[in-house]
Structures are given as C-alpha cells and as structure tokens.
Design a protein. Structure first.
Length: 128
C-alpha cells in the first residue's frame, strides 16, 4: 500500500510536467515555422528583385524548404502573401518587392525549386 501511495504522488507530480513539456514543444514548433516562413518570403523577394534589376532575359533558381502548415501562397502585383496555420493560430505573412510579379508557388511541405525569369517589366515566378 505504501508503494502505491508513493507511486501516486510521483505520478501526480510528473503529470503536470509532461503537459507543460507538450505545450512548450508545440509553441516552439510554431515559432520555428513562423521564422522559416519569414525567411522564405524574404528570400523569394530578394531573388525577384535581383532578377528584376538585372533585366530581361536574366533568370535565377532558388532551392528552398517550406515548413508544414503553408495553406496558400499568393502573388499579387508586388506582394507575396503566405497564409500559414500552426497548432494554435492562423496568420498571414506579406512581403513587398520593388518588382511587379506574376506566377504561382505551390504549397506542399518540403523542398521547392523556384524559377525567377525577368520578362518585359515583370518577374515571372514558377515553382517546379
């Protein structure tokens, strides 16, 4: 009986620690995803501007990893808009560029090969 009481007390003390650990792990994963999205948006913007300033017919290729949770990527004029969902929240990351953009970026998790091609007054972005 004494062993069961000791085990019960130890279990009661350990259970909150496991719950806190699980919650903090989820929060850290959400923070990592958010930073990856900001970095990805910044790199895409930088590459688009480089190709835009180099002019037609320049092109560049970017290999980049997308984290889990990217719902959509919209290219609208001079803006790149990421809609992302993590375990606790849904948010939008908007990156503006000096270049006029067109094209499509897919949303699957993992490595993307993104091509930037300068055309007359616009940068065409394609995800292969």
């Amino acid at each position: 009986m004494e062993y069961l009481i000791i085990f019960g007390i130890a279990f009661a003390m350990t259970l909150p620690l496991v719950v806190i650990y699980a919650k903090q792990t989820g929060n850290m994963q959400a923070d990592v995803t958010q930073m990856q999205i900001y970095k990805t948006a910044s790199k895409i913007s930088d590459y688009a501007e480089q190709v835009y300033y180099m002019g037609e017919p320049s092109q560049r290729t970017l290999y980049i990893d997308f984290p889990q949770g990217v719902n959509s990527v919209t290219i609208n004029g001079s803006m790149i808009i990421f809609n992302v969902t993590t375990t606790d929240l849904t948010y939008t990351v908007v990156e503006e560029t000096a270049a006029n953009l067109t094209g499509v970026i897919k949303t699957f998790e993992g490595q993307h090969r993104i091509m930037f091609v300068a055309e007359s007054g616009v940068v065409n972005i394609t995800d292969e």
